[in-house]
Design a protein around this ligand. Structure first.
Ligand code: SF4
Length: 168
């Protein structure tokens, strides 16, 4: 009986995941998906220039441009700052790996159906560079204090290979 219940629970979870995925697919920007880390783990991108790595959820090719799409759960009505910078890091990784110009990325909150187009403009490029420098400086310092307990955040973090505070 317990086994049957467990199987039913598992099935309902799988159905929910599938339904969510279908919903997501419909919401994603038009364009050809050329990379997806959602179903099968994809390769990580690496930037020699910034020494960061990361894997966006999707990359869409649209009008000759490569656009990262990052999916997030949670009831967020506005784009969260850490999500924005994670997405911008993916924009940078795409530019460095495809030798192209990436004008923006897309942040999708699957629980609230909210989508945000985040421009990778000069101001944000500068801010991203400053954050990377700051993180690297704190990582090479003697004391680093992690300010959260979210394992998913560490798993997806582009700095995890340098960080001795990561949760894994
Ligand atoms: S890996 Fe390190 S820098 Fe990245 S989210 Fe975790 S604690 Fe923060």
């Amino acid at each position: 009986m317990i086994l049957i219940s467990a199987i039913l629970i598992l099935l309902s979870i799988l159905i929910k995941i599938k339904a969510k995925k279908l919903k997501i697919d419909n919401k994603i920007q038009q364009g050809k998906i050329i990379y997806s880390d959602l179903n099968i783990p994809e390769k990580s991108y690496f930037s020699k220039r910034y020494r960061i790595t990361g894997k966006p959820d999707y990359i869409i090719k649209k009008n000759g441009q490569y656009i990262p799409v990052e999916l997030k759960s949670g009831n967020h009505l506005n784009a969260k700052k850490n999500h924005i910078y994670q997405l911008l890091a993916y924009c940078q990784l795409i530019e460095d790996n495809y030798n192209c110009y990436t004008p923006y990325g897309v942040l999708v909150y699957i629980d609230t159906s909210k989508q945000f187009k985040i421009n990778f403009d000069p101001k944000r490029r500068f801010q991203l560079e400053s954050i990377i420098k700051e993180m690297r400086k704190s990582i090479t310092g003697d004391i680093i204090k992690r300010n959260h307990n979210e394992i998913q955040r560490c798993i997806k973090c582009s700095m995890r290979q340098y960080c001795n505070q990561k949760i894994s």
